[in-house]
Design a protein around this ligand. Structure first.
Ligand code: WTA
Length: 661
């Protein structure tokens, strides 16, 4: 739909105008479909319809895949906005991830293959991991941790991060993992919010070739955490680490003092499994609370169907355990299915930018799950890094974290997947616990940039401000119209905020905070966070569409757009772009970029301002922080007042300020 600045504002100004013209469709290969669990679109649609028609029956059937100590009485009790799932049932998540695999052929199979950044490899079979988990669970008990007590986990990507989560789950102590790159301040705030008495950490970890201290941050945080009585320390780097007697304990020494038998606690379905903090753009971080049965079922089933995981697969998810992706798809979902999870400790570009390709080649990875931000870095670093490596073991690719721009999708599909691997673009959130919208790899024709269709039991829609469903290709708010098993149960300690944040924007439905449109095939196209939507001359533009158009320019590696106040148009479009290696910035390039967006989307979206940047400000999990860019755009040489605590690299911001002319 070509538009000009003079066209009238749309009648319903709350809708988001949709302008992306992506038309390509890619079908899964016949071979993949034939071998997949769900091999046709018809079968997926049939199952999806059945899941919505009779959710209790549908989920009840799927839940038989988990191991229960006692069966549930009722599948779902829904007292909006609070849900309980599998009421009356008893189970244990660590039992489901470990013990039940020990009686058959999985017993001596790799549960975790871990590679440290310096290059050493450690493999833990299910039997070995079970032992480690039992030892750590007994150490926790020795330190007075009881069912219901919260345990902080502040660890780099080492096997103990997974062991620690499962040990907590084993004794019914909800864990709260904090990304080990977060500051002492962030750790303190989260520790106090959930009232934990114990922290599991490590002396340090390896990143970009050096050993970085981790426990030092715990020491700083503990100045302000009066409730914490013990710190258990994993020895990773053997770097010098001050220990406070009576409070700090080496885990390997403590493990010598306990035995390796620890029966899993028999827990209610709704027993809290973990609290994971997620920071919005404003306010203090929200402690997202997940409980045992529903969450585990969500991870288990989506891993099975969306990743089509098989026992013989090596599965590699690049997310840190500090994010929900690391919880659901490094640990719980993979292990409950008896899969093999490859975990890598360090940076993707250490010692060189081909580390992931090396890992895939060396460990013969079959399934590779990463983020668009990483893919755009690979593109920027150049294809030469791929050449020496054999990636033919791959059979499925996944993407998560942001809308994947079509250019990055195509590159991933062709260069990494060799045109034979489906790309499962998974839309979901910390709050949803598990994948919500994504293509079934053997069934759904893929459209680059679209997360496609909803998972079973997920009743997703795009609505206007009053909650009315909008028509095809009209942008609006993405909502989920009924509860699902892996949904968050609350914000820890703040049920009022839970209700207000997720269930009051449009009464009765879950509002995810994202803008989206559905095309005529019912496919969902996520347009970015609603808070980031641009409003140019009465048109509301989703950031992801303009950014996708920018990234399809041959010289651009990555782009972010924000609005800057403009007297004439309401907002002017400011684009921050990073260029591919070897390309030089010039006024002519600026013009070519503006013209390119005009051609791809229409004159309305043409950036008023193009700024070349060395890097974009991102959160540690790789999401672009547009709110900081907005400040930079509005005051080129001004001071940033916004919260920068989750920013990955402060230098980026300093350099960006210099881009203003
Ligand atoms: C965004 C990460 C488009 C979205 C699992 C969501 C995506 C937020 C996708 C949640 C995707 C995640 N396509 N957008 N495939 N995946 N998002 O809580 O804005 O870290 O609301 O969970 O990331 O981020 P979170």
């Amino acid at each position: 739909m070509p538009m000009t600045t003079s066209s009238p504002a749309p009648a319903a100004t709350t809708n988001i105008d949709s302008m992306l013209k992506e038309k390509r469709v890619f079908k899964p290969t016949a071979k993949f479909s034939k071998e997949a669990r769900i091999g046709t679109l018809k079968k997926y649609k049939k199952m999806h319809r059945a899941s919505l028609r009779n959710p209790d029956k549908f989920w009840g059937k799927l839940a038989e895949d988990l191991s229960w100590f006692k069966p549930w009485k009722k599948v779902c009790v829904w007292k909006p906005p609070f849900a309980e799932w599998f009421v009356g049932g008893k189970l244990n998540a660590s039992y489901n991830c470990l013990d039940r695999h020990l009686t058959g052929p999985l017993r001596n199979k790799a549960a975790i293959i871990w590679e440290g950044e310096p290059g050493e490899v450690v493999t833990l079979t299910y039997l070995q991991l079970h032992r480690e988990v039992c030892l750590l669970a007994n150490v926790l008990k020795k330190h007075g941790v009881k069912s219901g007590d919260r345990v902080m986990i502040y660890l780099p990507m080492i096997p103990e991060a997974v062991t620690a989560m499962l040990a907590c789950a084993r004794i019914g102590a909800p864990h709260s993992v904090v990304f080990s790159g977060f500051s002492a301040e962030a750790l303190k705030e989260r520790t106090n919010d959930c009232g934990a008495k114990i922290i599991i950490t490590s002396d340090g970890g390896y990143r970009r070739g050096s050993a970085l201290a981790v426990k030092a941050n715990v020491d700083k945080a503990l100045d302000g955490c009066p409730k914490v009585k013990s710190v258990l320390v994993v020895q990773r780097t053997k770097m010098e680490t001050p220990m406070t007697p009576g409070r700090d304990f080496w885990l390997h020494e403590e493990a010598q003092t306990v035995n390796a038998v620890c029966e899993p606690a028999v827990l209610d379905s709704e027993h809290p499994l973990f609290i994971l903090y997620t920071s919005g753009s404003t306010g203090k971080p929200k402690g997202i609370l997940h409980t045992t049965a529903g969450y585990l079922l969500g991870c288990h089933t989506t891993t099975k169907y969306y990743f089509d995981l098989r026992p013989e697969d090596v599965y590699f998810c690049t997310a840190d355990v500090g994010w929900i992706t690391g919880h659901s798809y490094v640990a719980y979902g993979v292990l409950s299915n008896g899969g093999t999870s490859l975990i890598y400790e360090g940076a993707p570009n250490f010692p060189e930018p081909d580390r992931f390709w090396r890992l895939i080649d060396k460990h013969k990875v079959n399934i590779f799950y990463t983020a668009p931000t990483a893919i755009r870095s690979f593109i920027k670093w150049g294809d030469d890094w791929l050449a020496p490596h054999d990636l033919s073991s791959l059979r499925l690719l996944g993407s998560v974290g942001e809308p994947i721009n079509p250019e990055a999708w195509i590159w991933f599909y062709e260069k990494i997947g060799g045109k034979r691997c489906p790309i499962v673009d998974t839309w979901w959130q910390t709050e949803t616990g598990a994948h919500m919208i994504a293509p079934m790899p053997g069934a759904t024709p893929m459209k680059p940039g679209s997360a496609t269709l909803p998972f079973f039991g997920v009743d997703a829609a795009v609505v206007d401000d009053r909650g009315r469903e909008v028509g095809p290709n009209v942008g609006g708010k993405l909502v989920i119209k009924r509860p699902w098993p892996s949904m968050l149960r609350s914000i820890y300690g703040d049920a009022t905020r839970y209700r207000k944040t997720y269930w009051s924007e449009i009464p009765g439905v879950y509002f995810a905070g994202d803008g989206a449109r559905r095309d005529k095939d019912g496919y969902f196209w996520i347009q970015g966070r609603i808070d980031d939507v641009l409003n140019v001359a009465g048109h509301r533009l989703g950031t992801s569409e303009v950014e996708s158009a920018l990234a399809s320019h041959p010289d651009i590696a990555e782009a972010a757009v924000v609005g800057r106040p403009d007297e004439m148009k309401g907002q002017a479009v400011v684009a921050f772009v990073t260029l591919k290696n070897g390309v030089t910035a010039s006024p002519a390039l600026k013009e070519s970029i503006r013209a390119h967006v005009g051609k791809e989307i229409g004159p309305i979206a043409k950036p008023d301002d193009v700024r070349f940047a060395e890097g974009l400000p991102k959160t540690r999990s790789g999401k672009i922080m547009r709110r900081l860019l907005k400040e930079v755009a509005a005051s080129p040489n001004g001071i940033i007042h916004g919260d920068t605590t989750t920013l990955e690299d402060l230098n980026v911001l300093a350099k960006l300020k210099e881009t203003g002319e």
